[in-house]
Design a protein around this ligand. Structure first.
Ligand code: NAP
Length: 320
C-alpha cells in the first residue's frame, strides 16, 4: 500500500483502528481472533495501528486493547507504527511530565516495545496544552516517543501546542457526515505539516450502507446506541447520503465503506483514516479503499452531491 506522512512518520494510506477488539461496538471477539485480524491487516499492507490505554471492556480497567496490539505486532514491531493515547484528567499542572511518563511506561510494557511512535493526549483536561507539549517534547528527546498528537481539539488548542513542540497528528472525528474539521483544522494541519487522522471515518457503520432501521445494536458497551446519525429518525433522514455512496460504489465496483474512505483520501493529502472493525474480512475491505481511485471529476460530482444533502445528527468535537 502507498504511504503518507504524519510529519516525519511514514504510515500506510489507510490505518486500522483496533478499539472494537476491546470496547465500543458490543461483544468483543476472542483474543486469538483479534490477534489474527491485526496480523492479517499487516499482511495486507497496513502499517498503522491505533489503540489507547483506556480501550478495555466497558472502559473499566486499563490496557486490554494495548495488550492485544502488543502481542499481535511484537514480531513486526520495527515495520509498523503504533499510536496510543493517554488521559490526564485530575493531573496537577505541576505533575504533568511525571504523570505522562508513568502512563507511557505502562503503555510501553503492555505494547511490548521500547517506544511509542505516536502518543496522543486522548482528551483535553484541566492541564494547559503547553505543559503537555513540553512534556511530549522531552519524551521525544529521550527517544521514548517519536511524535505526539492531540485528539478532539479545535484549532486554537492545536496552535498553542504547535508553537511549543510541533505536532505529528491530530485525531478528530471526521467523515462524510462529520465535517467540522474541514473549516479550519485540516487546512491548519496542511499548512503546518501535521497529519490528520480521522476517527469514526465510516460514521460508526452508517456509510457502509449495511445499517437499516431493523438493525439492533448490542445492549452492552455499544456506542451505536448513542451515535446521533444512527437514531431511528436520523437514520431515515440520512438515507439520501447512504444512497449516494451506494450509487458511487456500484459505479466504481467498490463498496460504500470504501467510497467513503476514498473520498477523504482524494480530498486531502495529509489525511490517514483509521476505520475500525472487529471482522477480518471487513478490515481487509477497508484497507482496499486505498486501491479505489476517484478521478477529479468523480470526486467533484460526489462532493457537490454531498454538499447538497442535509446530515441528520451531529456529534462534533465536544461529543463523546
Ligand atoms: N480519538 C478518539 O477519541 C476516538 C474515538 C473513537 C474511535 N477512535 C479510533 O478510531 C477507530 C475507528 O473508529 P470507529 O470504530 O468508532 O468508527 P468507524 O470505523 O467509522 O465504524 C466502525 C463500525 O462500522 C462497522 N464497519 C466498519 N467497516 C465496515 C464495512 N466495511 N462494512 C460494514 N460495516 C463496517 C463496524 O462493524 P464491524 O466491527 O461489525 O465490522 C463498526 O460497527 C477506532 O477503532 C479507534 O481506534 C478514536
Amino acid at each position: 500500500m502507498k504511504t503518507r506522512k504524519l510529519r516525519d512518520i511514514a504510515v500506510s494510506e489507510v490505518g486500522m483502528g483496533c478499539m472494537a477488539f476491546s470496547h465500543g461496538y458490543g461483544r468483543i471477539p476472542s483474543e486469538t481472533y483479534s490477534i489474527e485480524a491485526i496480523r492479517n491487516a499487516y499482511a495486507h499492507g497496513c502499517t498503522f495501528f491505533d489503540t489507547a490505554e483506556v480501550y478495555s471492556p466497558n472502559l473499566a480497567g486499563i490496557g486490554h486493547n494495548e495488550r492485544i496490539v502488543g502481542k499481535a505486532l511484537e514480531d513486526v514491531r520495527d515495520k509498523v507504527v503504533i499510536a496510543t493515547k493517554l488521559m490526564l484528567h485530575g493531573t496537577h499542572p505541576g505533575d504533568v511530565y511525571p504523570t505522562i511518563r508513568s502512563h507511557l511506561e505502562g503503555s510501553l510494557s503492555r505494547l511490548r516495545t521500547d517506544r511509542v511512535d505516536l502518543y496522543y493526549l486522548h482528551r483535553m483536561s484541566g492541564v494547559p496544552v503547553e505543559k503537555v507539549a513540553e512534556s511530549m517534547g522531552r519524551l521525544m528527546e529521550e527517544g521514548l516517543i517519536r511524535g505526539w498528537g492531540l485528539s478532539q481539539v479545535d484549532v486554537d488548542v492545536i496552535d498553542r501546542a504547535q508553537r511549543v513542540v510541533p505536532l505529528s497528528a491530530i485525531q478528530n472525528i471526521y467523515s462524510m457526515v462529520e465535517r467540522d474539521s474541514e473549516k479550519k483544522i485540516i487546512p491548519y494541519c496542511m499548512e503546518h505539516n501535521i497529519g490528520f487522522v480521522p476517527f469514526s471515518p465510516i460514521a460508526s457503520g452508517l456509510l457502509s450502507g449495511k445499517i437499516t432501521p431493523q438493525t439492533q445494536f448490542e445492549q452492552n458497551d455499544d456506542v451505536r446506541n448513542w451515535v446521533p446519525q444512527l437514531s431511528r429518525a436520523n437514520l431515515a433522514g440520512n438515507q439520501p447520503i447512504v444512497a449516494l455512496v451506494k450509487a458511487f460504489a456500484e459505479k466504481k465496483n467498490a463498496t460504500p465503506a470504501q467510497i467513503s474512505l476514498a473520498w477523504m483520501l482524494h480530498k486531502y493529502p495529509n489525511v490517514v483514516p483509521i476505520p475500525g472493525s472487529k471482522n477480518k474480512e471487513r478490515i481487509v475491505e477497508n484497507l482496499d479503499a486505498a486501491k479505489v481511485e476517484l478521478t477529479d471529476e468523480e470526486f467533484t460530482e460526489l462532493e457537490k452531491s454531498l454538499d447538497g444533502l442535509k446530515v441528520y445528527g451531529h456529534r462534533g468535537l465536544g461529543g463523546f
